[in-house]
Design a protein around this ligand. Sequence first.
Ligand code: PMP
Ligand code: GLU
Length: 396
Amino acid sequence: MDLSLRLQRLQPSATLAMSQRSSELKAQGVDVINMSVGEPDFNTPDHIKQAAHQAIDQNYSRYSPVPGYPELKAAIADKLKIENNLDYAPSQILCSNGAKQSVCNTIMALIGQGDEVIIPAPYWVSYPQMVLLAEGTPVFVEATIEQDFKITPAQLEAAITPRTKALILCSPSNPTGSVYTRAELEGLKNVLVKYPDIIVIADEIYEHINYVGHHESIAQFADIRDRVVIINGVSKAYAMTGWRIGFIAAPDWIVKACNKLQGQYTSGPCSVSQKAAEAAYRGSQQCVEDMRQAFQRRRDLIVRLAKDIPGLEVNVPQGAFYLFPKCSAYFGKSDGNRTINTSTDFAMYLLEVGHVATVGGDAFGSPQCFRMSYATSDENIIEAMRRIKEAVARLK
Ligand code: PMP
Ligand code: GLU
């Protein structure tokens, strides 16, 4: 008896696997600092939790419409207008079980055998796997640390072929924290204008975790707007990763297709979580700003401490809550017991010797680097960086 080929080809999520490994070590009594998985360490704000309590009391306990409650879609349409100056009708919004399902729905709806999807590397681990699941072909465009991990218009154009169906753009980026400026997005847009069949999947889940100013969406450019799919949700901005609410804002035909898929696959997302998400979008946005400021303070802290570790090359991330240093200076070195040959070896070494869980860059398409999530306390960041510094000092 065999698993399907589709499943056999699928890689497990490296971020979730590393987090699991860290939890197992913790359960064995090892004092591990977990900087592997990317999720805010804050609790969901009280007014959002209260809305969920109320939703339970008001019997929001039945199936919602497949694309989500009309009130939630209206709240999201208002958010897109107020925060992003983008006009979307509620019918152009579809809510799912987290932004992860939103990305996967979009890929499943659009991509088939022979279709190429351009994915700038470093990338979030799940994009290529989802494309493979859809039997498409990921085409990677490498952005180095020297170019601040952002692709140029010339690189984009060189990767386009007659089979290119979509581009996945993540800004602010997981895993690098890089943020495309308006001018940089416009440069990419000017290439896309020449290729009217390419869809842009714009993952904006880190929209609010931005240290350089206002979020810029590639959907703002009217001449490609009818082929942009915005991905967003409440997970990161409102510390709601476990509630599982994400959405797409997209042209009607793509929303309809995802609705059909979701209707056969998962139905509408959790009813209570939808009411909580509606409260998040309708309520005061002060909590978002408070968390953003905390992340910015921690960004400054971790960058300062990482720059003090010999052999690490560090850029200054402008958003999200990840640091993605280059660690390849340690390749070929050993502590006497084990030799570091890859970024995954490096991450395993930091876990087993330093008791700090990170993720090797291999899974993000950037084998020279590794990722640390700094969505944790200042004390944890300080202690983690002390341990890393001590552990790497033993590598000769
Ligand atoms: N896109 C990116 C870039 C992410 O980092 C994440 C976080 N897992 C997601 C999408 C999915 O978010 P969610 O938790 O809402 O599914
Ligand atoms: N986005 C987070 C991360 O990259 C959550 C884990 C996941 O969904 O992969 O760590």
